[in-house]
Design a protein around this ligand. Structure first.
Ligand code: CAA
Length: 408
């Protein structure tokens, strides 16, 4: 019997639809980018090549924050990409954000982490949960890139175990009194606005935590020394100290006790941004390895003619495509108001491993040249590691994914 006839006889389309709804409904099968998305991608690629590439090695070497470049990124609308234009943003979708993050990260992951934190953790959180007054006062300058923001959750003893907040926000009626230390804060010294997570009611555990907007010049707020890091050395990572810092009540985000949920919700979206950063680091390293393999000769031919190199390129390209699909899937989930905690965690888990594996192999393809700074791949390899650590380690992503799988 012809296969189609057999199928029509045997298979209940109704049952097939139930199966498909269960396992495939969340898949967005349209991979065509819109003209606007393509234009954003091209603009980000152009910016990376013309503004970020010159000087990226020196900034890494001297741990120099890319201040001028970040200012220009803000002027072009890349720091508040998903924010409504009425609050100074570009009004774009998450897919466009992922495309831009990949292009910027191919060249300069230090710049892209600034972009990611400002877009996903700070602007998105304020637009989604802030009051109208908070949006007018803080979101507008943040989304238009006039100022940048920082997200302050991690502490010396609260990294993965984020509910164990030791920083306290004591309720004093019309204000909170903030005391404690935050660690490894991106944009630590360059931000003007800090979203600080702190414990108000320890007996309520995570339900006693609040998220507060703290201004840079608040008395009692001190920025600690800059961290000397393995990678993303151009980004500005500091510890922060708060001693009796007065934060007005109107600077609390959401209801009393909403702070932990706020942190989890913004991190779910932030993980899509970091996944795209990891994707960019991987694809940047792959493109360099591919180009080099066609130029460098060994045993009388270009090294791309050797199967040992071809197989490395094949593995890199396959993993990068898979990582890109996961990133776009998570972005599409967010844009279409589907749950994206799992798809974002999957994208981050896979893309960050791909970044690590691909950059190590890209150095290998370059041989001795890969070990020196001019060839860029050693920097990309150092930059890749952090994507398996920040905004939730790979182990935390596995917790998030498995909880989602087992929740019903
Ligand atoms: N959206 C909204 N709420 C969420 C949520 C989400 N995506 N995920 C969890 N929650 C809620 C839960 O529903 C729960 O609320 P209820 O008690 O009312 O039901 C509450 O948050 C607590 O959740 P859990 O019980 O799951 O908490 P847990 O203690 O088991 O921890 C965890 C969960 C996933 C391990 C979490 O602690 C975590 O994500 N840890 C990693 C922290 C992290 O990512 N840090 C990154 C630092 S920021 C950074 O890196 C920025 C940078 O500079 C680049």
């Amino acid at each position: 019997m012809h296969l189609i006839g057999f199928l029509l006889k045997k298979i209940s389309i109704f049952a097939a639809r139930i199966y498909s709804e269960k396992f495939y409904k969340h898949l967005n099968m349209n991979f065509d980018l819109t003209e606007e998305q393509l234009a954003v991608q091209a603009a980000a690629r152009d910016f990376a090549q013309t503004e970020l590439l010159p000087g990226v090695i020196e900034r890494d070497e001297h741990q120099k924050f890319p201040a001028e470049q970040i200012k220009k990124l803000g002027e072009l609308g890349f720091l508040g990409m998903m924010v409504d234009p009425k609050y100074g943003g570009s009004g774009m979708d998450t897919v466009s954000y992922v495309l831009a993050m990949e292009e910027i990260s191919k060249v300069d992951a230090s710049a892209s982490v600034v972009m990611s934190v400002n877009n996903s953790l700070v602007c998105w959180g304020l637009e989604k949960y802030g009051t109208e007054e908070q949006k007018q006062k803080y979101l507008k300058p943040l989304a238009s890139g006039e100022i940048i923001g920082a997200f302050c959750l991690s502490e010396p003893e609260a990294g993965s175990d984020a509910t164990s907040q030791r920083t306290t926000a004591e309720d004093k009626g019309d204000h909170y009194l903030l005391n404690g230390t935050k660690n490894w804060i991106t944009n630590g010294n360059s931000a003007s606005v800090y979203l600080v997570i702190a414990q108000t009611n320890p007996e309520k555990k995570h339900k006693g935590i609040n998220a507060l907007i703290v201004e840079r010049d608040s008395p009692g707020f001190v920025v600690g020394p800059k961290e000397n890091k393995l990678g993303i050395r151009g980004s500005d990572t500091h510890s922060l100290m708060f001693t009796d810092v007065k934060v007005p009540k109107e600077n609390r985000i959401g209801e009393d006790g909403f702070g932990f949920k706020f942190a989890m919700a913004v991190l779910a979206g932030g993980r899509i941004g970091i996944a795209a950063q990891a994707l960019g680091i991987a694809s940047g390293a792959y493109e360099l390895a591919l180009k080099y393999s066609k130029e460098r000769k060994a045993f009388g031919v270009e090294i791309s003619k050797h199967q040992a190199i071809q197989f490395k390129l094949a593995d890199m390209a396959t993993n990068i495509d898979a990582a890109r699909l996961l990133c776009l899937q998570a972005a599409s989930d967010k844009d279409n108001h589907r749950d994206y905690a799992k798809s974002g965690a999957m994208a981050k888990l896979f893309a960050s491993k791909t970044a690590m594996d691909t950059t190590v192999e890209a150095v290998q393809v370059h041989g001795g040249y890969g070990f020196v700074k001019e060839y860029h791949v050693e920097r990309l390899m150092r930059d890749a590691k952090i994507t398996q650590i920040y905004e939730g380690t790979s182990e935390i992503q596995k917790i998030v994914i498995s909880r989602e799988l087992l929740k019903n």
